[in-house]
Design a protein around this ligand. Structure first.
Ligand code: MTE
Ligand code: MO
Length: 455
């Protein structure tokens, strides 16, 4: 089969997998049509369809441009060439449909046509290392026949809400993509738990670090998880092959990715091909100079002589502790006003400095709250710096790893307003006003301030 034909087939399959029912108009009634209707229908920015500069110089009919991502941009926010955020101001469901689910790739989505190892017929997971008793290779067929579990969990990029560093915390030195609040979604994941894998391969005493490796999309994509973190919840972390009841789509790591509920997206390695479990520490791009806390409040971890450096990383790259658990977060389904951000995402519904507009009178404000480590106990809000009040939490509230939806009534008076939201978790931790500076803008859990103009 030619590569183009294969690609066409893949795209057809993905379309099929995305047919999750009619696309209802979820645009919020209280936000002016003028503010959103036009922007949502605007043509995609050129960067959304960037193609690698590999077109042949001959006059032969050009092959269809290689899409950087497979899924459509229709219901996603364009953050950068390989990066799409969710349109969180339009979110309404408990489970995020695939076509609304953010994508965070460091490289273009690899396809079977270019990477035959991703074909389930060819795919193998190699599990080895000096800390396993019985190294083995597992085929896709083997994997899907193993005892598996289902888990409803949010998946959130460490960089989600980086925007708050610029817009609210006056931390201009923070660098990275402007995700706003939509680099999060909730899905039902089907996976083979690490407990089963550990039984198969046998962990040796002294097993210290498990490196989860792709290497398919780029030569440096993989990240370690300390064995202690895996063995403390071996039924919750695992090797995933289905999302919302369907096989994984190419953008989300087909055929197999990691699920690490509660930890930021970087741990959820996509296009997984290898697990190496060793008695020493692993360092890769994603736990050294990327996806780590760098700043005065954080100390760089120590490096010891037995440590291993993988994918072009050296000792000098070890810059800060790796980001793991995501903090308590809340968001209204209202687009955040962008005034101080270095960039405004290409198809954001508000222009720089523009405020969302709603009509005066009784309104119902809605939002999402999540506290991956302990689960959400309460959601609170306040208007124009007034007293904190409780929002209504909608069921279900499945506790840790999952989000809840909430709402509260608001008698909106004409004028400019600021609404803040904060979550309280089951351990009574309260979402804070601010967080310490970190250069890469990781894991910002500060209380968001939503500016709204009522007319
Ligand atoms: N192989 C590989 N895995 C990866 C990435 C990547 O670029 N390559 N990005 C990671 C990051 S930073 C995030 S936030 C999640 C995003 O998962 P999603 O695109 O399915 O939403 O995948 C993670 N796994
Ligand atoms: Mo991420």
């Amino acid at each position: 089969m030619s590569a183009d034909k294969q690609r066409a087939q893949e795209e057809a399959l993905v379309k099929e997998a995305l047919c999750t029912g009619g696309v209802s108009d979820r645009r919020r009634f209280f936000v002016s049509a003028a503010a959103f209707g036009a922007a949502a229908a605007a043509p995609l920015a050129a960067s959304a369809q960037a193609t690698p500069a590999s077109a042949p110089a001959t006059a032969a009919p050009a092959a269809p441009p290689r899409r950087v991502l497979v899924k459509s941009d229709a219901r996603l926010l364009n953050i950068g060439a390989t990066v799409r955020s969710g349109n969180y101001w339009d979110f309404s469901t408990y489970i995020t449909p695939i076509e609304e689910f953010y994508v965070r790739n460091h490289y273009p989505t690899p396809l079977v046509a270019d990477k035959p190892v991703l074909d389930p017929k060819n795919w193998k997971l190699k599990i080895h290392g000096n800390a396993v008793e019985r190294p083995m290779e597992i085929t896709y067929d083997d994997l899907v026949k193993m005892p598996s579990r289902f888990m409803i969990a949010t998946l959130e990029c460490h960089g989600n809400a980086r925007t708050l560093f610029w817009e609210q915390l006056e931390m201009k030195e923070v660098a990275g993509g402007n995700w706003v609040m939509g680099a999060v979604g909730q899905a039902e994941w089907q996976y083979v738990p690490m407990s089963h894998i550990f039984n198969l391969v046998g962990l040796k005493k002294g097993a210290k670090s498990a490196l989860f490796w792709s290497g398919v999309d780029g030569g440096d994509m993989g990240r370690p998880i300390p064995v202690d973190d895996l063995t403390s919840r071996p039924d919750d972390i695992g090797i995933c092959f289905r999302m919302n009841g369907n096989e994984l789509t190419p953008d989300h790591g087909a055929p197999v990715r990691m699920v690490v509920p509660g930890w930021g997206g970087t741990a959820w390695i996509k296009w997984l091909t290898e697990i190496r479990i060793d008695s020493h520490q692993h360092w890769s791009r994603l736990n050294t100079r990327g996806e780590v806390y760098i700043g005065p409040a954080y100390a760089a971890p120590e490096v010891t002589p037995t440590d291993e450096f993988i994918g072009g990383i050296t000792k000098a790259d070890v810059k800060g502790p790796m980001v793991t658990w995501m903090p308590i977060k809340t968001t209204l389904t209202v687009p955040l006003v962008l005034e101080k951000s270095p960039s405004v995402p290409a198809n954001y519904p508000l222009k720089r400095g523009e405020w969302p507009i709603m009509k005066s009178g009784r309104q119902v404000m809605r939002g999402y709250a999540w506290a991956p480590q302990h689960g959400i106990r309460h959601v609170e809000y306040r208007v124009d710096g007034g007293r904190w009040q409780r929002a209504n939490i909608w069921g279900p509230n499945l506790g840790k790893y999952t989000w809840v939806r909430f709402d509260f009534p608001w008698d909106a008076g004409v004028g400019d307003h600021v609404i803040e939201t904060r979550g309280v978790d089951m351990a009574n931790n309260v979402q804070p006003e601010t967080v310490p500076f970190n250069q890469l803008g990781m894991a910002n859990g500060a209380i968001p301030k939503f500016k709204i103009r009522v007319v």
